[in-house]
Write a protein that binds this ligand. Structure first.
Ligand SMILES: Cc1cc2nc3c(=O)[nH]c(=O)nc-3n(C[C@H](O)[C@H](O)[C@H](O)COP(=O)(O)O)c2cc1C
Length: 201
């Protein structure tokens, strides 16, 4: 495939991606071939030093149930005075969409590549998964919340001390067309130097 060939339809897809809240997600989630494509996209991200500083944990059905049980137990232990609403939220956390991919940033010290760069690569991986899901006709949302920082959840995944949960990537189908979220203006956030866009500044 020529890298110099414009693909205007692809940019349209890129510019229509948006998150859909998990409460507005329904089945089906990505099937096995779609999930394979999503994971392929997740690993085709810039990765300084080829360190593959990320790992993926896929949860569906019983896997989500087991993770829910771990989250609720850990949450209760750490927050004995929590409200029933907080408990219910944690109870449903891992099961809030048909498919969950937990993305962990797992930096390596095999080469002198900055930790920050390796963590950025995990962020790129999350974004690639959201994009891939969108292109395959599914929706996604990237969440963290309390479980991302829970040692019990880290332990369940076998994460090491330097590893972090970059996100819980939830996937499903959209129950309805969501309203558009306001997006930033290019002019508010970008400064141009020596480009066509800075003429007249
Ligand atoms: C690292 C990270 C963690 C996030 N965690 C949460 C979260 O815990 N809860 C939440 O409501 N949104 C969270 N968000 C925001 C949503 O994923 C998403 O950005 C937001 O719903 C708007 O989506 P869109 O700009 O993709 O349409 C997080 C975003 C990032 C990048």
């Amino acid at each position: 495939m020529s890298l110099n060939k414009a693909r205007p339809e692809a940019i349209d897809v890129l510019l229509t991606r948006r998150s859909v809240k998990t409460r507005d997600m329904i089945a089906p989630g990505p099937d096995a071939p779609a999930l394979a494509r999503i994971l392929e996209a997740a690993m085709r991200v810039p990765d300084h030093g080829k360190l593959t500083p990320w790992r993926f944990f896929v949860f569906e059905g019983e896997g989500q149930e087991a993770l829910s049980a771990i989250i609720i137990r850990a949450f209760q232990q750490e927050n004995p005075d929590c409200t029933s609403a907080q408990l219910a939220k944690m109870e449903g956390f891992a099961r809030q969409a048909p498919l969950l991919v937990v993305l962990a940033s797992c930096p390596s010290d095999a080469k002198p590549i900055a930790l920050w760069e390796q963590q950025l690569s995990a962020g790129a991986s999350a974004m690639a998964m959201l994009m891939a899901a969108h292109m395959l006709g599914y929706v996604g949302q990237w969440l963290t919340d309390w479980p991302a920082y829970s040692p019990a959840v880290h332990s369940h995944l076998g994460l090491g001390s330097g590893d972090r949960i970059a996100g819980f990537l939830f996937f499903g189908s959209a129950a309805a067309q969501p309203t558009e979220r306001p997006r930033p203006n290019i002019a508010d956030l970008v400064r141009f130097f020596g480009t066509e866009a800075d003429e007249g500044e």
